[in-house]
Design a protein around this ligand. Structure first.
Ligand SMILES: [Mg+2]
Length: 304
């Protein structure tokens, strides 16, 4: 899509390269369609990959049960691995790609990766014949939703699809809200909204409080797997960040459910900053297996 738009609007593309380097990432085409572009990715004929949420999960994974209250830590260690957040994010991506229903995809991926670290309720649901949702308000609905924010091209559709992806398990209002807030932040971030616009939209629409600084949150934050107790903090880590890596570091630094918080932050940060830095993308891809990598590639090809 981005490549097509570039061909269609040569004056804007030319303007980018006259400048030598890009000062602002967001442009609106003559058709009024807002989009993001990375000159580095285009120059190298490389596409941005759907890796923001997955990188957050992998980077946060060593710290979920061993919290650190600092932004100063190694991004990748021998213990950094993909967990349930990645598996279910990829399941949602494949549902969208194949137009398959969320219930069967989530269950299929659970069977493929039974030991990825799922919550107890999800495990029971995924391993049973029962398809009815279990009224969860856990952050699982928000951790898996990022592909929705990238794949659909209006805010209305993104909100509707986020709700649909959540309520197959997380049909509690807070579970649905966490997915909708995360997906809408991704959509707004990738279509040119400023951080202030994203902050005020999410505060107004979902009632999350996003003004408490990360340095304050870090002092008292404790493990909390609810949407309402982790999604606002994850969004705040993005809002306060200077770049993708800084967003992930801030997300992990508050402690708590580190892989999931960094996963939620990572999806939004990628949408806003345009891509995952190359070194982080490389380390992330190297920690996926062939199947997960191939879905990431297909989703990237189709939507990013
Ligand atoms: Mg996890």
């Amino acid at each position: 899509m981005a490549f097509f738009l570039l061909l269609e609007i040569p004056p804007i593309a030319a303007l980018i390269y006259q400048d030598g380097k890009l000062k602002t990432r967001h442009f609106v085409s003559s058709m009024g369609f807002a989009f993001s572009i990375s000159p580095k990715a285009k120059g190298a004929r490389k596409k941005r990959k759907m890796l923001g949420a997955i990188a957050g999960d992998i980077i946060g994974s060593p710290y979920e049960w061993k919290n650190i209250k600092t932004t100063n830590f190694p991004l990748f260690t021998p213990r950094s691995r993909f967990t349930d957040d990645t598996v279910l994010t990829v399941a949602v991506a494949e549902s969208i790609l194949e137009k398959a229903d969320y219930v069967s995809k989530l269950k299929e991926y659970y069977r493929l990766y039974p030991s990825a670290g799922y919550g107890g309720m999800f495990r029971l649901w995924a391993s049973s014949m029962e398809d009815a949702p279990y009224n969860s308000w856990g952050n699982g609905s928000a951790m898996r939703v990022s592909p929705v924010g990238f794949a659909f091209n209006s805010l209305e559709k993104v909100l509707e699809e986020a709700k649909k992806s959540a309520k197959v398990t997380h049909n509690h209002p807070e579970g649905i809200k966490g997915a909708m807030a995360t997906a809408s932040a991704i959509f707004l971030a990738r279509t040119g909204s400023t951080k202030e616009q994203i902050r005020s939209y999410v505060e107004k629409e979902f009632g999350y409080e996003l003004s408490k600084p990360i340095d304050e949150i870090r002092k008292t934050y404790r493990f909390d797997v609810s949407c309402q107790g982790s999604v606002p903090q994850a969004i705040t880590a993005f809002l306060e960040s200077e770049d993708f890596e800084d967003a992930i570091r801030k997300a992990v630094s508050i402690g708590g459910d580190s892989d999931t918080i960094a996963c939620i932050t990572g999806g939004i940060a990628q949408a806003f900053y345009g891509e995952v830095p190359e070194e982080i993308a490389k380390e992330t891809m190297a920690r996926l297996d062939e199947k997960l990598r191939s879905v990431v590639e297909k989703f990237t090809e189709a939507f990013l």
